[in-house]
Design a binder for this molecule. Structure first.
Ligand code: ADP
Ligand code: MG
Length: 242
């Protein structure tokens, strides 16, 4: 479970593009081993927060403190179409200077866990949407599994595939001790997968609220039908609305 060492710490971050204020005052913390979601409307500055954490974008004010190696799965992550799936996933290892054959062996270790067995030597176009995202996720994981930034990784998937991947991510998270910051605009997704959720407003974005997720065992019922779940959802909707 989570200890209290902070892996990502943003304090009073502000950011403008041209003369438009995007982030007004963003303070958020992610502790070791936590899976934290940021929920907010489209165009509110969620991806900008990730670009700031990875130093792709500079800030106008505030402080960023990151302790550990960060990997980043982009909102529109893509595989190189002419490389086999296994070699796509191995790209970060090859970039580190590891030989192709050795990199492939390293990738092989995770193929089953990431639900890609039998598809290693196929090309990206032969994968389903869910598999593509698991492959992109494994590539990110091999870049660094210490701190992972996932920008709407399930955003383009149909709802059934999406539900399956959410369950799969929850399982995987229990096996690894990664710290994950996850962007979504899907409230249900945020409640299902997260330890805590930050809600941000339309731009200029501020943190509207922070909600700790504790879901009880729900017996026979699907968790989303439990009272506690519905209460959490109501609080999140309220935060997003006003
Ligand atoms: P989100 O991920 O929440 O949908 P983004 O962080 O991508 O939002 O964008 C927030 C706002 O900042 C948008 O209005 C977008 O047009 C603007 N923006 C993002 N990146 C740039 C950039 N490089 N130059 C100018 N404006 C940008
Ligand atoms: Mg975005």
């Amino acid at each position: 479970m989570s200890s209290f060492q902070s892996k990502i710490s943003l304090n009073h971050i502000s950011k403008s593009y041209d003369n438009m204020k995007i982030l007004k005052d963003i303070t958020l913390h992610v502790n070791e081993g936590e899976l934290i979601s940021i929920v907010g409307p489209s165009g509110s500055g969620k991806s900008t927060i990730f670009n700031i954490i990875t130093k792709l974008t500079n800030i106008d004010g505030g402080e960023v403190d990151i302790s550990g190696k960060v990997s980043y799965m982009y909102q529109k992550d893509m595989m190189v179409p002419w490389k086999k799936v296994i070699d796509n996933i191995a790209i970060p290892l090859v970039l580190k200077g590891i030989k192709k054959s050795e990199a492939r062996r390293e990738v092989e270790k995770y193929i089953e866990t990431f639900g890609l067995k039998g598809f290693e030597y196929k090309y990206p176009t032969q994968l389903s949407g869910g598999m593509k995202q698991r492959a992109n996720f494994l590539k990110t994981f091999l870049t660094s599994n210490e701190i992972m930034l996932l920008d709407e990784p399930f955003g383009a998937l149909d709802s059934i595939t999406r539900k399956n991947l959410q369950k799969w991510l929850i399982d995987l998270k229990q096996k690894m001790n990664s710290t994950i910051l996850f962007i979504t605009h899907d409230i249900d997704e945020a409640i299902l997968i997260s330890d805590r959720v930050y809600v941000i407003t339309e731009k200029p974005a501020v943190i509207k609220g922070e909600i700790k997720i504790q879901l009880p065992e729900c017996g026979e019922n699907e968790v989303s039908l439990c009272k506690e779940y519905i209460d959490l959802k109501r609080s999140l909707i309220k935060l997003l609305e006003n």
